[in-house]
Design a protein around this ligand. Structure first.
Ligand code: IMP
Length: 434
């Protein structure tokens, strides 16, 4: 059996596939969990015993003693949100000490990024993206524009003052010229004071994540790379412009942590048994009316970060097949299958119809995607409570048929089936770390 010690976990759809739960579960076997992109726009829900945890920046593995949690250079960090998250975990008796590390190259989200995110959304009017308003896009803009502030700047009091002053002046001009707003001088002083304090509070966690990880790889440690959001929200390969501003796909794991592609052993897609999306943009298999509301309520499909109701739809095999390709996915975890119990029939979209033509490959062209009509295959539904089943063989035959058909259509094996939010509600068909 080949050695397998580095695994990328990536969302196969538009995010909210249940990555938090699966990462938490796999953390039982891993030594290190590292987040590689996104920021506190993410919300990963994990249920431990009777407690529910929602993670925004800290990797879901933090609940496991002995597991090291790393935040890579590809993540944008809102220090206020991160400190709050650390505080909340401590209140729930989760130790945060020598188990959290933040890369010194990671960029920082500042208050003006959040203001810009909000203003830009309002200005977009009916074309708004539906962002989480956490300042993510504007923070990445500053990174690419090479003006952003990094963790290494944040913890250096002298350098921070100079850099932040330049940034505040630049943003002030933009606010004034474009939006008729002004950042009062007192507010500028307050931001500097606050962020200097944040830097000093976070200093102890800051390290060279790339170096840490590469040493760990040489020591054969088991490492899980945790993506936030999902493949279709990727800024390059997603449904642009209705995407986030980073690369959640598996390739992003290398860029966002400083680990070379030859060091990644496997990629696992976390795939929901149906489809959801938050925010705007095309969604071919979207359900309507009562059916959508029923699925939303049953699946608890409300944003973990913003509380927004998620749009719900049938499983889209065209889209997941695309995610398999873009990520080079080796296998999948199929989540929330219990939500589909009790439907008389369940539908799988097997292709799209566009202008009388059948399309089998996911069209990244937004115009085509918006006007595609899904072609469905119907499968017999399964009845009853499946949430306590622990053996694959004990699942209803109709559900096994559903899983088989998905595997066949997207040409990838389902190695984990999740039948409920708890760790114990998981069927493992194949050992993940070898
Ligand atoms: P942003 O990441 O806040 O800029 O938002 C861009 C798009 O990504 C919006 O459609 C958001 O709803 C979506 N998005 C961002 N983070 C998540 C997530 O964790 N789950 C699902 N959708 C997300």
């Amino acid at each position: 059996m080949n050695k397998m010690s580095t695994l990328v976990v990536v969302g196969s759809q538009w995010g909210d596939e249940g990555k938090g739960k699966i990462t938490d579960l796999l953390s039982e076997e891993a030594d290190i969990i590292v987040r590689y992109q996104g920021g506190c726009n993410a919300g990963h829900t994990v249920v431990k015993g009777d407690k529910q945890f929602i993670f925004h920046l800290i990797p879901s593995g933090i609940l496991h003693k002995g597991v090291k949690c790393l935040i890579g250079n590809g993540v944008v960090i809102d220090p206020e949100a991160l400190l709050q998250e650390i505080e909340n975990l401590k209140k729930k008796n989760i130790e945060i000490d020598d188990n959290l590390f933040i890369d010194f190259k990671a960029h920082v989200v500042l208050p003006y990024h959040k203001t810009l995110d909000e203003i830009k959304e309002v200005k977009r009017g009916k074309d708004k993206i539906g962002t989480t308003k956490r300042g993510i896009g504007p923070a990445y803009v500053d990174k690419i524009a090479r003006t952003g502030i990094r963790m290494i700047d944040l913890i250096d009091e002298k350098f921070l003052a100079k850099k932040l002053e330049n940034n505040l002046n630049e943003k002030d001009t933009i606010f004034e010229k474009l939006y008729g707003l002004k950042i009062p001088n007192q507010e500028k002083k307050d931001i500097l004071k606050k962020y200097r304090e944040y830097g000093q509070l976070l200093k102890r966690y800051v390290t060279d994540v790339s170096l840490y990880l590469n040493k760990a790889i040489n020591e054969d440690k088991k490492i899980l790379f945790e993506g936030a959001q999902g493949t279709l929200l990727d800024v390059d390969h997603g449904t642009f412009p209705y995407v986030t501003s980073s690369n959640p796909i598996a390739g992003g794991a290398c860029i966002g942590t400083g680990v070379g592609p030859t060091k990644i052993d496997k990629v696992m897609g976390i795939t929901k048994a149906y489809t959801t999306r938050v925010g705007r943009g095309p969604f071919p298999t979207e359900m309507q009316g009562e059916l959508e509301e029923y699925t939303r309520q049953k699946g608890g499909e409300f944003g973990a970060t913003t509380g927004r109701p998620r749009r719900c739809g049938w499983f889209d095999a065209v889209l997941v097949k695309y995610a398999v390709r873009i990520n080079g996915m080796d296998n999948m975890a199929l989540t929330k299958v219990d939500v589909l119990s009790d439907f008389d029939k369940v539908k799988i979209c097997i292709s799209y119809k566009y202008n009388k033509e059948i399309i089998e490959e996911f069209p990244v062209n937004l115009e085509i995607l918006q006007n595609c009509i899904p072609v469905y295959e119907e499968i017999e539904g399964w009845k009853g409570d499946i949430s306590q089943i622990t053996q694959y063989g004990d699942l209803p035959q109709q559900l096994k048929d559903y899983i088989n058909r998905i595997e066949e259509l997207v040409k990838t094996k389902v190695v984990i089936v999740s039948v409920g939010p708890k760790r114990s509600q998981t069927i493992i068909r194949e050992k993940i770390f070898k």
